[in-house]
Ligand binder design. Sequence first.
Ligand SMILES: Nc1nc2c(c(=O)[nH]1)N[C@H]1C(S)=C(S)[C@@H](COP(=O)(O)O)O[C@H]1N2
Ligand SMILES: [Mo]
Length: 299
Amino acid sequence: MAYRWTNNLTKADITPKAAYLNRRQILAGTIGLGAIGLAGGASAQDALEPNTLEEITSYNNFYEFGTGKSDPADNAHKLVTSPWSIKVDGMVDNPGTYALDDLLAGLSVEDRLYRFRCVEAWSMVIPWNGIEMADILNKVGVQSGAKYVAFETVVQPENMIGVQRRVLDFPYVEGLRLDEAMHPLTIMATGIYDEPMANQNGAPIRLVVPWKYGFKSIKSIVGITLTDQEPPTSWNKANAREYGFYSNVNPTVDHPRWSQASERRIGGGLFASRQDTLMFNGYPEVASLYEGQDLTVDI
Ligand SMILES: Nc1nc2c(c(=O)[nH]1)N[C@H]1C(S)=C(S)[C@@H](COP(=O)(O)O)O[C@H]1N2
Ligand SMILES: [Mo]
């Protein structure tokens, strides 16, 4: 598969074997844990294979199905994903309730191997299949006054144990600034590993914004609204002090209750130890979106 926008995560850019072996000796040797941090540069740490489909579909956050990491995999079979339609409204030329297939008709599905970093400081590497958000927005026609895109997740109370328990104020809502939504890294994902999106990962279609904490990547989307106002977002509503609108991955701005300087890569194997978190999750090409902003204030 030819993955675009993957930075140094392509197979072609895997750590040279000698460096890999050298690192393995360090890890296996007598130098001790203290040396791992010193030995760990971003390039070596990122020379990783994608997580397995099993890992990606069994360790999830999808609070509509419960707050435990295995709750979505256990409960999301109840999600009804067909038929599926998305209501597109607000400042668009072609508003309407689109059948999913109609909304995506004619748009190309691409393969994107992205880092995925949860605000809780775990991470994976996920091979998504998806459509650029910009393609969808261009199709529906964004009007000139629009500044933000708001997203909403389906609510199926009878099928969603977490909705019944009101663990958050549902529907789950998220938002992006229009320039963030239009950035070519931002996709609406419909699959993983060329398999249709598993329910627990946000079937049939979910947002993926790889330089932001995972909670921005809202699942099972039924609403897209173009607006000139910054839209409310679920975790900001739940705790504004801890979760801002931007939520860009930033190792220099700690969560009030834990450090964001490092992360735990999910999955077994040699490099499963903690590794440094990268600014913008390793996507420096988005930095220009935030020129002139103080990212210690606009969290
Ligand atoms: N609707 C909805 N979307 C959601 C969530 C959620 O609870 N509900 N959790 C978010 C969080 S915190 C993360 S880390 C990612 C997890 O995506 P994954 O389970 O596919 O890895 O989904 C995000 N999208
Ligand atoms: Mo998360």
